[in-house]
Write a protein that binds this ligand. Structure first.
Ligand SMILES: NC(=O)c1ccc[n+]([C@@H]2O[C@H](COP(=O)([O-])OP(=O)(O)OC[C@H]3O[C@@H](n4cnc5c(N)ncnc54)[C@H](OP(=O)(O)O)[C@@H]3O)[C@@H](O)[C@H]2O)c1
Length: 371
């Protein structure tokens, strides 16, 4: 592999919301202290990427910017302060940026500039551009080495398959945050979405019994089938949300003691009563990881009576990524189609890719761009 950087490279640029993304030639970023220049092999596409860049979600970010989120690529150039990263190495490029002088200042490169003056400044000035490009500038600490010999040669994952790490990591951040233990029982609600489905997959790999809640029986059946085809020993139950709070609580309690909940309720489902039912079904000292964006979450009186802990969690920590990659390298996840079914598009196909991503979501499904 050549380690020379071309003067220019191709990237999907969002100049204004009205103009939308356009494929352009830009100057290739250069190595400086603190960064790596990565040749992007595969870039993840969110199920709601279209809504981010067409203004529907009203996310705050500076423009123009190169679109993207997390990616996987090969390092082609390194800042002088790199110590273990090597040119040619395959790395997961994490989009979650932390300020170096205040790691609590955080934002998502190319997606959202966070909630503080510091995060907005840092995105505007240094870490604005994303990975929908041939080359990207990535903070050294956001380049997580992937053992290609183990993951690709021994376990048989393709580099595109590995991009599914980006989906799995999000629920892993929440599950680790509430200290999910092997053998525990966790409710994932709703489980039929992209991150909800990924949450089921990760909780199973962590050795938990999973009760997947959802409103669509067919999707729940497919989810169970997918999990069992990849992990025949998995303990997975499904509960269809009925919209009746007491009935849903009773349906959950059939399965005995419930230790925890992972919730990915999207904002538009805030009025659904499933979270209240699930919290009512929790054991004393039960834990809840709140990862969806529920507007004014409703909790039952047992929230106090049963000492329930409810923690919000945005994404994951760097340490979670390192730990997650170890789980993958140890073979704790299925391979091939049982792991993920990927739809790939070139940069110029971004529009179709965004449409596909909105449809091709749920457990074991992802859409990627191959720059
Ligand atoms: N905390 C974090 O770090 C973080 C990171 C990424 C995303 N998120 C948030 O996580 C949420 C879910 O993400 P996702 O990828 O799973 O979303 P998604 O793929 O769009 O899935 C949405 C899920 O919500 C269900 N749903 C929609 N309307 C509902 C209603 N009225 N009642 C009950 N269930 C309903 C869907 O059920 P059907 O399948 O039946 O339609 C599906 O299971 C989003 O709000 C996203 O912003 C949080």
């Amino acid at each position: 592999m050549a380690f020379t950087l071309p003067l220019q490279h191709r990237a999907l640029v969002l100049k204004t919301i009205e103009e939308g993304l356009h494929l352009k030639h830009l100057q290739t970023p250069q190595p400086e202290p603190g960064n790596a220049i990565v040749r992007i092999e595969v870039a993840s596409v969110l199920s709601y990427h279209r809504e981010v860049y067409d203004g529907t979600r009203q996310y705050s970010f500076p423009m123009p910017l190169v679109g993207g989120v997390s990616a996987i690529g090969r390092i082609v150039a390194l800042g002088p302060d790199a110590t273990i990263l090597q040119k040619g190495q395959l790395v997961f490029c994490d989009c979650v940026i932390h300020a170096r002088d205040d790691p609590d200042t955080t934002f998502l490169s190319a997606i959202h500039d966070g909630s503080s003056e510091g995060s907005k400044k840092l995105m505007r000035t240094v870490w604005r551009d994303g990975t929908f490009a041939e080359y990207a500038k990535v903070p050294l600490e956001n380049c997580i080495p992937l053992n290609e010999a183990k993951l690709c040669d021994s376990l048989g994952y393709s580099i595109s398959d590995l991009m599914y790490i980006a989906n799995l990591l999000v629920p892993y951040g929440g599950l680790r945050d509430i200290h999910l233990e092997p053998g525990e029982t966790i409710v994932v609600s709703p489980a039929t979405g992209g991150y909800g489905g990924a949450g089921v997959q990760v909780a199973v790999a962590m050795g938990a019994r999973v009760i997947a809640m959802g409103r669509n029986e067919q999707k729940l059946a497919r989810l169970k089938e997918h999990v069992l085809s990849g992990t025949p020993s998995a303990c997975i139950e499904i509960v269809k949300m009925s919209g009746n709070e007491a009935a849903d609580m009773a349906a959950l309690q059939v399965f005995g003691t419930i230790d925890a909940i992972l919730d990915f309720t999207p904002p538009h489902a805030s009025n659904s009563t499933h979270l209240k039912s699930a919290v009512s079904a929790l054991r004393r000292n039960g834990r809840v990881s709140m990862m969806g964006f529920v507007d004014r979450p409703m909790v039952p009186w047992t929230f106090v009576g049963n000492n329930i802990s409810m923690k919000g969690k945005l994404m994951y920590e760097r340490d979670d990524i390192v730990q997650f990659v170890k789980m993958l390298e140890r073979g704790l996840f299925p391979r091939g189609e049982e792991f993920v079914d990927t739809q790939s598009f070139a940069l110029e196909g971004w529009k179709v890719a965004f449409e596909a991503a909105a449809e091709h979501a749920g457990i074991g499904k992802q859409v990627v761009l191959i720059p």
